[in-house]
Design a protein around this ligand. Sequence first.
Ligand SMILES: NC(=O)c1ccc[n+]([C@@H]2O[C@H](COP(=O)([O-])OP(=O)(O)OC[C@H]3O[C@@H](n4cnc5c(N)ncnc54)[C@H](OP(=O)(O)O)[C@@H]3O)[C@@H](O)[C@H]2O)c1
Length: 325
Amino acid sequence: MEYTTLGGTGVEVSRICLGCMSFGSSDWRPWVLEPEEGRELVERALDLGINFFDTANMYSGGESERVLGEVLEGQRDEAVVATKCYFQMDEDDPNSGGLSRKAIEQELENSLDRLGMDTIDLYQIHRWDDDTPIEETLRALDDAVRRGQVRSIGASSMWAHQFAEALHASDRLGLERFATMQDHYNLAYREEEREMHPLCEREDVGVLPWSPLARGWLARPHDEFETTTRGENEEFVPQHPYDEGGGVEVNERVQELAADHGVKMAQIALAWLFERDAVDAPIVGTTSVEHLEDAVEALESVDLSASDVAYLEEPYEPVRVSGHD
Ligand SMILES: NC(=O)c1ccc[n+]([C@@H]2O[C@H](COP(=O)([O-])OP(=O)(O)OC[C@H]3O[C@@H](n4cnc5c(N)ncnc54)[C@H](OP(=O)(O)O)[C@@H]3O)[C@@H](O)[C@H]2O)c1
């Protein structure tokens, strides 16, 4: 396994982060694995040298954190565990979401409890909160670091001007600064290249793309997207502009290069991401051990030439921004 240093934290993480949105309970989404199957995947990931895991309080209403915590029991030190807060956890309790001090402190306690851990390696804000001044959020996060409940803090999808404001505020106030940006980025959605990635590069912020396979849309021909349980039930793909601009042609070129290289489409799409200077570790989501192994093989042995990369990128046209809501 290849490792990289996570932003300015000094922590070494595998270049593949295992996304844990697919573990917990199929009551949440029909494609989510039940705990035992999730355990098998996390264990295989550890065998493959993957040490970086991303979950969130909201995945399966907290069950994803519970599954991850149970598998990691006894080998906690070897893993780098990331989770998130922001989305409302209880529809009757408005303070179970957002980024107020109250929400952060309560949700952090709940996450630690479900994970069965004393410390979270990377605690991320899942979105920007328009109702809470960023200074208030940063103070609450900084206190969590000082209490030893959190080692580093990260952010997820937001406008680059908001992220710049947050970094500036932490520097101005002498508070812990965001070490990572988890953003929506893949071959079919590249708007983050405009502002966010240059900002992250300049500020030594690690970039962790979510939905690196466009929720599966880049892993099979575009007209076969709905052939899997997740594809059939995927509520977000219709909202994302993957088939707008030149997206359909990008998908067809991924098919073509996969055939040329004798590998899978998912491996071409991931190999492209591994070659992007801005990217530290894509957060791969899967419910299959075989697909997890595909990702590792893409990292270790799929090499794209400069002309392959140019061919894959060429059809892309700017599309509407998506993934901040
Ligand atoms: N911060 C945020 O707002 C945010 C938003 C979304 C996601 N995330 C994070 O990012 C992670 C990944 O997101 P995602 O699940 O949407 O991403 P993804 O990796 O883009 O897509 C996952 C889909 O690709 C399929 N797939 C994966 N490998 C494949 C292969 N080798 N061959 C064929 N199909 C393959 C999976 O099917 P199988 O299950 O059959 O493998 C699954 O349907 C999540 O777990 C979560 O941690 C964060």
